[in-house]
Design a protein around this ligand. Structure first.
Ligand code: P6P
Length: 281
């Protein structure tokens, strides 16, 4: 695992350089989710694949930017899924973006998840690595320095409601509004990594990306986005559900499967469970 952690640090430094200098024009390609790929998406994907190919313990990788998995080392015990640059379209408006990694042992799948990691490229470059604990690191003078352990409180103050509001179910809108009626603050940038990072660092709240009329299976990808953050939030003392059940109890049929998702402190997730038990499919 140490070699993987070290390799991700190298990836993060190289990706930061690519963000700072790379042409952010669109390529003529689409990813498996039908999203037009930025040159930068492809560049960051190549950086990670090249660095991971040097780590003998990595058996196979799967990327949001690749249709299929890529076998690296047949004797490796770890399988890594990743989103090389989540929210990449935010780069051209100078908002924070991130890389997300899910680390599985013996094969891809929520039941095999043993660690998760994400990197936030913002005013500072920070990394969160979740194994037994959730640890925060800050890139300083070319090295990632340990800062602190991250823990969620029982209840927070931030509300990050994702998805197109006109496509929400009425009961979902009522639930979102109920938190605002309690004084929660709206904190939503459209970047999953900074939005979830902010809730973690501020001690709690709710991030939601529900099933909507235009995306009945949600938008966020299980292997590359939802499972890794579910692992981080649970290790930090929070919860992650799909509205009904624990995200990390979900299976996946295809590596690009999506899921509705709710990440947060226990108080907020209890409200989601209560509302969705009465309405949700
Ligand atoms: P919406 C970025 O494209 C992304 O995949 C996540 O980073 C983010 O949480 C979500 O989509 C935003 O989606 O529909 O709210 O713009």
């Amino acid at each position: 695992m140490d070699n993987i952690f070290s390799s991700i640090q190298t990836c993060a430094k190289r990706i930061k350089k690519a963000i700072d200098i790379k042409d952010i024009g669109y390529s003529n390609q689409e990813n498996s989710s039908g999203e037009t790929q930025l040159q930068l998406d492809i560049q960051c994907d190549m950086i990670i694949e090249k660095e991971f190919s040097k780590v003998a313990s990595i058996n196979t990788i799967s990327s949001e930017e690749k249709e299929h998995t890529v076998a690296l080392h047949e004797d490796g015990e770890y399988f890594i899924s990743y989103d090389p640059l989540d929210g990449s379209s935010l780069v051209d408006v100078n908002l924070s973006v991130g890389s997300i990694f899910g680390i599985y042992k013996g094969g891809f799948g929520s039941q095999n998840m043993v660690a998760a990691c994400y990197v936030v490229y913002g005013p500072r470059v920070e990394m969160v690595f979740a194994h037994n604990k959730v640890k925060l690191y800050l890139l300083q003078e070319g090295e990632f320095e340990y800062v602190k352990e991250i823990r969620l409180k029982e209840k927070g103050k931030l509300n990050a409601p994702g998805g197109t509001q006109q496509n929400w179910e009425p009961y979902h809108k009522e639930m979102v509004d109920s938190f605002f009626a309690e004084g929660y603050r709206l904190r939503y940038s459209g970047g999953m990594v900074p939005d979830l990072h902010q809730i973690l660092l501020k001690g709690g709240g709710l991030f939601s990306y529900p099933a909507t009329s235009d995306k009945p299976q949600g938008k966020l990808r299980k292997l590359f986005e939802v499972f890794p953050f579910a692992f981080v939030y649970e290790k930090a003392g929070g919860e992650a559900i799909d509205g009904k059940q624990r995200v990390l109890d979900l299976g996946h049929a295809h590596i690009h499967d999506t899921s509705p998702c709710f990440f947060g402190s226990k108080y907020e997730i209890a409200r989601v469970k209560e509302v969705y038990a009465q309405h949700g499919s």
